[in-house]
Design a protein around this ligand. Structure first.
Ligand code: NAP
Length: 247
């Protein structure tokens, strides 16, 4: 029997990359999983097929988390389907890298709207359900680049640093309802997002990582599953998974 048997989860941005790995790992542990996507419907269907092959339950939900109404409707859909929501993984995120001197208003607003506002919209919609259940596990995917300087990522770093600060305050306010809130901070991880970084820059980055390799989405998923399944006394903190790149 899986460690998450009987639990219902929602993973935002689960069509690709880290979110996909998280959805699959939660399902492997027996959770029913809501798979959110924005535009990659075919890839989200692949995730649903994988979960079905394991004999798991999955619900596909299209929504842009940057839109408060869509985020709220997505949470409602999951609760209508399964009657509860135990685990919310706020994973969806985007980059629009530019040096500050070139960064336009749109680059800033798009990144903050998705990464930070979207996380708030999903969390605030899930909160009353978790409070009623007197149980919840909220896991926010931040980034190493929310902890340390990253050239060309002022918008992204601000949003990811904001997630860490948000996580602590949410943990403080929600602890009395048996809701834990934690962040996972991946370092450079092999997904479409990181593939956008030019190869020569990737090689420079790799040479500075003590473990001399990039992270795999599955390694982030293991930490998320640990927090969801075994992290009952862990709240308001972050787990760094970066090969030693930031200590
Ligand atoms: N890869 C890294 O090196 C790395 C490092 C640190 C932190 N992270 C963080 O890890 C998380 C996942 O990153 P990743 O590398 O897996 O990214 P990715 O491969 O680019 O996938 C991004 C996912 O987010 C979804 N998404 C984007 N905007 C959305 C929106 N408005 N509403 C709903 N879903 C949306 C995408 O959905 P569609 O496919 O439907 O567009 C996709 O499923 C992000 O928060 C990222 O900041 C990544």
């Amino acid at each position: 029997m899986g460690r998450l048997e009987g639990k219902c989860a929602l993973v935002t941005g689960a069509s690709r990359g880290i979110g996909r790995a998280i959805a699959l790992e939660l399902a492997r542990e027996g959770a029913k999983v809501g798979v959110n996507y924005q535009s990659s419907e075919a890839k989200a269907r692949d995730v649903a097929d994988e979960i079905a092959k394991m004999g798991g339950s999955c619900l596909l939900v299209r929504a842009s988390i940057a839109d408060a109404q869509e985020a709220r409707a997505m949470i409602q859909k999951v609760v209508e389907e399964w009657g509860r929501l135990d685990i919310l993984v706020n994973n969806a995120g985007i980059t629009r890298d530019r040096s500050l001197r070139k960064m336009g208003e749109e680059d800033w607003v798009n990144v903050v709207s998705t990464n930070l506002n979207g996380l708030f919209f999903c969390t605030s919609a899930a909160m009353p359900i978790m409070i009623n259940q007197n149980f919840g596990r909220i896991i926010n995917i931040s980034s190493m680049n929310g902890q340390t300087a990253a050239f060309g990522q002022a918008n992204y770093s601000a949003s990811k640093g904001g997630i860490i600060a948000f996580t602590k305050t949410a943990a403080l306010e929600l602890a009395r309802f048996n809701i834990t809130v934690n962040a996972v901070c991946p370092g450079f991880t092999m997904t479409d997002m990181f593939a956008e970084v030019p190869e020569e820059v990737q090689n420079q980055i790799k040479s500075r990582i003590p473990l001399r390799r990039f992270g795999m989405p599955e390694e982030m998923a293991k930490a998320v599953t640990f927090l969801a399944a075994d992290g009952d006394y862990i709240t308001g903190t972050q787990i760094n998974i970066n090969g030693g790149a930031y200590m």
